[in-house]
Design a protein around this ligand. Structure first.
Ligand code: AMP
Length: 310
């Protein structure tokens, strides 16, 4: 199933008069520190954000359930990305729980490589997510444009992602869907994990319901076995391969062929991939989840150190 077919929500139960649980004004992020006293008072009075609090700018992109716009909070002048989701489309696709979980998880995470969700509000027709603006846009588009990334940039992305995923795991959150389509690029090539639509609170003994492109799924998922946080380590290996080579490692003409290649760890490297980079990828793409390299070790791997120290 592709990205477009994976989100799930049902916001019929969110009534326009209901108080939003927006955490936007009273938490401690950069945005909030710019919000003036009057806004904090507003939060204290239990009022919620509304569209009128924002000046809407250019469209940044379109997703399956709506569009994303550049926006500026009127009082603080703080720039954000406002994601506007169409309730009826969400209800039709029956993706309520997934969006609720995404909001719940993403709004509580605080890490430089995780896209901040400052809060949300809604009216009778739409749900609005107040997100950190990521000026570099989708990583997927950059990868498509460049074909592949330099070793140095790949090392920076992978090292930052390892820190961010390690942070998620420390909060008992498993992302489960790390791939270029779910990553944004901020200023100074800072990578941002942006889509928590498939994330869950660990521990999970869930059996896999196949979701996402097969290319990024770990063997335990394609084989329908139980999975845990180690699936994020696997997808980091797939991602690093794709950064350096330009396509994911187990790509094949159809799903069952990809399935076989993942299951057998049928890993082949083009000649240009240096042996130390191959070594890191092989340590991440290990069939036994318990034998995969720990996320903590990734930034210390010789290939990462070699590329980030120069
Ligand atoms: P999505 O609905 O999340 O797939 O977003 C649709 C498109 O909007 C993406 O492909 C991005 O190009 C853009 N976009 C989404 N969120 C942001 C953001 N926080 N900052 C900048 N661009 C974004």
């Amino acid at each position: 199933m592709d990205k477009e077919n994976r989100t799930d929500l049902n916001f019929a139960s969110l009534h326009p008069g209901e108080k939003s649980k927006s955490n936007f004004p009273d938490s401690k992020g950069a945005f909030e520190t710019k919000v003036k006293e009057s806004d904090t008072d507003k939060a204290a009075r239990g009022q919620r954000w509304c569209l009128d609090d924002f000046e809407i700018g250019k469209p940044l992109g379109k997703g399956k359930f709506g569009s994303v716009y550049l926006a500026r909070e009127k009082k603080s002048k703080y720039i954000v990305a406002l994601k506007v989701l169409d309730k009826s489309q969400l209800v039709r696709a029956n993706v309520e729980h997934q969006l609720r979980r995404e909001i719940e998880i993403q709004s509580h995470l605080r890490h430089p490589n995780i896209l901040r969700m400052y809060g949300y509000f809604y009216d009778s027709k739409r749900i609005y997510l107040i997100l950190e603006f990521s000026p570099g846009g989708e990583l997927y588009k950059q990868l498509t444009k460049k074909g592949k990334f330099s070793e140095r940039l790949s090392a920076k992305f992978i090292s930052d992602l390892a820190f961010a995923l390690d942070y998620c795991h420390s909060k008992h959150v498993i992302h489960r869907d790390i791939k270029p389509e779910n990553l944004l690029v901020g200023v100074n090539d800072d990578i941002k994990i942006a889509d928590f639509g498939w994330s869950v609170h660990a521990p999970t003994s869930r059996r896999n319901t196949l979701c996402g492109t097969l290319d990024y799924l770990a063997p335990e998922m394609v084989e329908g076995r139980e999975h845990d946080k180690q699936i994020d380590v696997w997808s980091l290996g797939v991602l690093l391969y794709e950064f350096l080579v330009g396509n994911p490692p187990f790509e094949a003409e159809n799903h069952s062929a990809t399935y076989r290649r993942i299951s057998r760890i049928d890993l082949r490297f083009p000649r240009h991939v240096p042996t130390d980079a191959q070594d890191l990828i092989r340590r991440l793409l290990v069939k036994d989840p318990t034998k995969r390299m720990s996320l903590e070790e990734v930034p210390r791997h010789p290939w990462v150190v070699r590329n980030l120290s120069s």
